[in-house]
Design a protein around this ligand. Structure first.
Ligand code: 13P
Length: 693
């Protein structure tokens, strides 16, 4: 796919995700801010599906909180691009259920408002269906491209967003459940005038409504209208209003107060009363909390003392009212009203609404009823009428901005800065490592054998032949050298002429030529076809008293005759125990090779061979070896510079086998091995060579 269409796809997925995130967050918050409203809406749906009998009343608020919490959480995850599979799956499931449901709502019209966004945004049922089709398309797009969704926060920090978001929504729901919603989108919000909310604009006609009462007798529920309202053997369960003819429906259309004592409609009287009217609103007295009845009675006494009106308003039947009077000692008059406006007016059962000339002056949930300290002076002199509740979003926007957006924004910002710093650090480290690897890759890797004084000519030729064949069949990933006694050199060098194996002598004289019986000069070695010479081996230093000065002469002659030198250094056990290994190695280098020019240095290979590990079966650990190899390289760097040091091949020798070679050779400063015992069998030697594969 071209870059351009890939970009377009990403933009579409991001847009779909953000649209869904905003829809879910808005939907979740508007439900969370009014858990009782959401609970009533769920109850409405279940009544219409005939399932309300299956759900106990106490479960509704929990269902409401679960729904609001889920929508909010999905919105949050979508916004930040986290938990992509979970959110894509849940939003797909939600939309696959909601879209057909809202189609049914639009066609059958059993509920006027779907309740998607609580009371904050009321859409017609067809508009809701259209909105859901659009959101379903967004979800399908997101589902297909969920893996491409860019996350706005790192995986390590995403839990902070989840935990903070869930805590926020839980506390918000808890607060709005215990108190009243912190935002009120309903027509009865503080500051609204109910009479104005009931007005029908000029030119519009009013629709007609009918109230349905759900009553129960002998465990059987049945619906009634005002015309066939049953006798008192039926118990009131619920009531709702249905629209029987089209027309303009004002926000308040069912505020009708009917005094229970005489059946009189006192709606106008209450809404035009120039004094204060307290309404104790309890849509269902049998479910109303009785914990605050003393305060209610005190408030009623206060109203009597100061000339304010007080009514209890309920949709409950006479029996429930009588029971309430009996239980609480209520002396106030009751009015009856449909349950829906009562549930809408105040999200508490009971709640208190204070009116003056039809304007909602204040309202309280049962956990915040005015207490007796207010009842000593006229209302105007108290803070009970001093409210600032006219904005529908109330304090919600402040809560969302300061307790949600700002903290989550800060978490995201800190995460981005931290991730940025880590990334810079990682890139730096990566470039360092890759430089190091490049260097390590650049310098030559060598596995060199040192036969020492083993193998007669025939055996040596046989071993060289076998090795040649083995490596011809399976080419090595490193340079291979075999160091043979002088006697083999010419034959073996000739044998290996066209192979990948180079040949080395194990020694050469410190004299150029002349009367040195038994010696072999560097020139002679070179003339056999050999490429390398091993010098400074600890066995030669120890048994043949080769001093640094003698070795220096040998090195010079070898280089002068075009040979490359594998120069051995290493400490004894006593020196290692005295922690003198670094000093020993440095002195051996300084004594015999550090006088060379930079150009000559290019033909030097160092072999670090701790004497205590040679032929003993004791290997230096990879860490021990790496430590001293790095030190040796630093010594080379001091003399020839970092670049030359990086290019210098440093081999490890001492009980190196196929089993430990991979670990040793994997170290940054170990570039191969100088092998004694294990170079005497082709298979063993090949095993070590294969460590580079
Ligand atoms: P070993 O591998 O037998 O320990 O010998 C190492 C060595 O001295 C190579 O020069």
């Amino acid at each position: 796919m071209s870059n351009w269409s890939e970009r377009l796809k990403q933009v579409c997925i991001l847009s779909a995700r953000l649209v869904l995130a905003i829809a879910f967050l808005f939907s979740g918050i508007t439900k969370a801010v009014d858990p009782w409203g959401t609970a009533f809406k769920i109850q409405d749906y279940l009544i219409h599906f005939g399932l309300n009998q299956l759900v106990p009343f106490w479960l509704y608020p929990y269902m409401a909180m679960a729904l609001a919490g889920l929508e909010f959480y999905v919105g949050l995850c979508l916004m930040w691009g986290i938990r992509r599979y979970f959110t894509a799956l849940v939003s797909l499931a939600i939309m696959l259920v909601m879209t057909p449901l809202t189609l049914w709502l639009a066609i059958a019209n059993p509920i006027a408002d779907c309740g998607c966004f609580g009371d904050a945004l009321v859409l017609s049922n067809w508009a809701t269906f259209g909105k859901n089709v659009f959101l379903l398309l967004c979800v399908l797009l997101l589902w297909r491209g969920r893996r491409l969704a860019t996350r706005f926060i790192s995986e390590n920090t995403q839990w902070l967003i989840s935990v903070y978001g869930l805590l926020f929504v839980l506390l918000l729901m808890g607060h709005c459940m215990y108190h009243l919603p912190i935002a009120d989108f309903r027509p009865y919000r503080i500051g609204n005038n109910i009479t104005e909310q009931m007005e029908i604009p000029e030119g519009e006609t009013a629709p007609e409504f009918d109230t349905r009462f759900v009553m129960e007798k002998d465990g059987k529920q049945q619906e009634f209208t005002l015309d066939n309202y049953p006798d008192s053997t039926w118990q009131f369960v619920d009531s709702y209003t249905v629209q029987t003819s089209e027309g303009y429906v004002p926000p308040v259309h069912d505020f009708i107060l009917e005094r229970v004592s005489d059946g009189e409609d006192i709606t106008d009287q209450v809404l035009t009363d120039e004094g204060y009217t307290f309404l104790l609103v309890a849509y269902d007295l049998t479910k109303a909390q009785q914990g605050t009845v003393d305060l209610v009675n005190e408030l009623y006494d206060y109203c009597n003392a100061y000339g304010y009106t007080f009514y209890g308003v309920t949709a409950s039947g006479d029996e429930a009212i009588e029971q309430w009077r009996y239980d609480t000692g209520a002396a106030y008059d009751f009015c009856r009203m449909d349950a829906i406006p009562l549930k809408t007016m105040v999200r508490s059962n009971p709640g208190i609404v204070l009116l003056k000339e039809g304007t909602v002056i204040n309202k309280w949930g049962s956990n915040d009823f005015p207490t007796e300290e207010y009842f000593r002076k006229p209302l105007e002199q108290t803070t009970l009428v001093d409210t600032d509740g006219s904005a529908p979003y109330g304090t919600l926007w402040k809560v969302v901005v300061f307790l949600l957006a700002v903290p989550l924004g800060l978490i995201t910002l800190l995460d981005r800065v931290w991730t940025g710093l880590l990334l810079i650090g990682k890139l730096r480290k990566k470039s360092k490592i890759s430089n190091l690897l490049k260097k390590k890759k650049m310098r030559k890797k060598i596995v060199a054998g040192n036969w020492k004084m083993n193998k007669n000519l025939q055996e040596g030729v046989a071993l060289a032949t076998e090795l040649k064949e083995v490596l011809a069949a399976d080419a090595p990933n490193c340079g291979v050298v075999i160091g043979t006694p002088f006697i083999h050199l010419a034959t073996v060098a000739e044998l290996l002429k066209d192979s990948v194996i180079a040949v080395s002598a194990e020694n050469c004289a410190n004299k150029e030529k002349g009367a040195y019986t038994g010696e072999v000069s560097a020139e002679m070695v070179k003339s056999t076809g050999a490429e390398y010479v091993i010098l400074g081996h600890s066995e030669r230093r120890e048994y043949y008293n080769e001093t640094p000065e003698i070795l220096k002469e040998k090195v010079d002659l070898a280089l002068a005759n075009g040979l490359k030198v594998i120069f051995c250094i290493g400490e004894s056990l006593a020196q290692r125990e005295a922690n003198e290994q670094e000093a020993v190695c440095k002195a051996e280098l300084a004594g015999s090779v550090f006088h060379l020019t930079a150009e000559q240095w290019k033909n030097i290979v160092i072999a670090y061979e701790p004497i205590w590990a040679i032929g003993t079966g004791k290997t230096a650990t990879a860490e021990q070896a790496e430590e001293i190899h790095a030190y040796i390289r630093s010594c080379v760097a001091e003399v020839y510079g970092a670049e030359a040091a990086d290019d210098t091949t440093i081999l490890y020798g001492g009980s190196c086998k196929a089993s430990n070679a991979p670990e040793l050779f994997a170290k940054a400063d170990i570039d191969g091995g100088l092998i004694g015992g294990a170079s005497l069998k082709a298979a063993d030697f090949k095993g070590i060579i294969d460590a580079f594969k």
